[in-house]
Design a protein around this ligand. Structure first.
Ligand code: ZN
Ligand code: ZN
Length: 449
């Protein structure tokens, strides 16, 4: 089977899924798809026209590539281009979906497409990745990342480079969260070891907001308006992730949006925060100005509305050039270094976000019960203890209901205790440097009244 086609897309096609159906015959062993479009770049100062390709077989998703450089796809039982899943070419109706993330105004995009099946396949095959070995390490603080990309989507480095980066940073866990695909996870998990837990994920890269499906090793629907299915709300997509055992994290909600970063700014009015429980408050760099301060203020405003929300950090790392920037990680108190225990601890908010300093926040009630950050304390007169380390010349700022309650010069390390005798919903701690830049952020302790 071979078919060739060509068509045009305009600005009106932006944020559309355009399905192109084709038949794969019985006995087909290899599928080759060649796709190109022009113009990609309009002018050096303008955003590009941005298209990704999703592939679906009769039994479901076969991957996606969020990338504008190499849009050719090869698929066979033992081989798949990065972003796509190898496996049997099931006979029946397939769909190549053009996901038009951005078509700039005034731009007419012309694409050409060739789809060909063959009854033989060439000798290419992917390595078989044996699963790495992990061992129990017991309860403790574990440091790592919940958000990173590879060549299986739009990053400029391979999975082995991401793992090497994680090891250089002495991380206990690393996550691969490529855009709308899980095709890199088999390789990622081959690097799991006693020292490094690998966590499966994908980033639901929708047209109106991004979200991490943390802990999933299978594809999950990311389209609120799939062309061959019924429309879904973002809340339903989040529920799907949770039902599959994953954790849904609203990613970089205050990132710059269209047209510069298509879909990066959170735009779902029904999830502000609606049923969202976890927000990636700090994304990418911890140096200089960024959208993260706005995300932190948005998060505080939601806490003030009475939502009990968890804050996370993500490097969102895409390339080695970013690897030397000032990045931050999550320090999670978990019962073990395992994906189920880390996900459980994240759901409970038992973590702080840090660019370096150690920061612990807990509460103790009169009867001696201790609570971690993220917990709800039943008594407002519990004694709260804040402990910090590795933070010369910083400020410890205690935030109560979004307002600065107390500021303490940190020294290298120290602790403070307080007994909140005022009505309050929540308390969290920030560590900020002399410039006022955030260096660490606790999850809040909540007060039940
Ligand atoms: Zn994103
Ligand atoms: Zn990302």
């Amino acid at each position: 089977m071979k078919l060739q086609t060509s068509d045009t897309l305009s600005h009106h096609d932006k944020k559309r899924h355009i399905p192109l159906y084709f038949e794969v015959e019985q006995g087909a062993k290899q599928l080759d798809i060649t796709f190109s479009y022009t113009p990609v770049e309009l002018a050096p100062a303008l955003p590009i026209n941005e298209i990704s390709l999703s592939l679906f077989g009769p039994k479901g998703a076969r991957g996606a590539r969020h990338n504008n450089r190499d849009m050719n796809i090869r698929l066979s039982e033992s081989f798949a281009s990065p972003g796509y899943m190898p496996g049997q070419l099931e006979p029946g109706t397939w769909c190549l979906e053009i996901d038009a993330h951005r078509i700039m105004p005034g731009s007419v995009v012309t694409y050409t497409l060739t789809i060909e099946t063959k009854t033989t396949f060439n000798s290419e095959s992917l390595p078989v990745f044996p699963k790495g070995q992990t061992h129990s390490r017991g309860s403790g603080w574990y440091r790592g990342d919940f958000h990173a990309h590879s060549l299986h989507s739009d990053a400029r480095w391979d999975i082995s480079d991401l793992v090497a980066f994680a090891k250089r940073q002495n991380l206990d866990f690393v996550t691969l969260s490529d855009h709308n695909t899980v095709s890199g996870l088999a390789e990622l998990h081959s690097f799991a070891s006693h020292e490094l837990l690998t966590i499966g994920a994908l980033e639901l890269t929708t047209f109106y907001g991004h979200a991490l499906a943390l802990g999933l090793n299978e594809w999950t629907e990311w389209r609120v308006n799939p062309p061959n299915g019924k429309p879904q709300t973002i809340q339903q997509l989040a529920q799907n992730v949770e039902e599959k055992g994953g954790v849904f994290i609203m990613a970089h909600p205050m990132s710059e949006g269209d047209p510069w970063c298509s879909g990066c700014h959170w735009g779902y009015a029904e999830m502000m925060p609606g049923t969202a429980n976890i927000i990636e408050v700090w994304n990418s760099s911890w140096e200089g100005t960024s959208h993260n301060e706005a995300a932190l203020q948005l998060y505080y405003s939601w806490l003030n509305l009475g939502y009990k929300l968890v804050a996370t950090a993500g490097t969102d790392i895409h390339s080695p050039s970013k690897a030397n920037h000032s990045l931050g990680f999550n320090c999670v108190y978990a019962q073990d270094l395992s994906t189920p225990e880390l996900l459980k601890a994240v759901r409970q908010g038992h973590l702080y976000l840090t660019n370096g300093p150690r920061l612990e926040l807990n509460a103790q009630t009169k009867n001696g019960t201790r609570y971690l950050m993220g917990d709800s304390v039943p008594e407002s007169d519990a004694v709260i203890t804040i402990t910090w380390d590795d933070c010369p010349n910083h400020d410890i700022r205690l935030i109560v209901d979004g307002k600065l309650h107390k500021k303490i010069a940190s020294g290298k390390s120290g602790f403070d205790q307080l007994n909140l005798d005022l009505p309050a919903r929540w308390l969290s701690a920030e560590i900020r440097d002399a410039k006022g830049d955030l260096r660490a952020l606790s999850n809040p302790i909540f007060f039940n009244k």
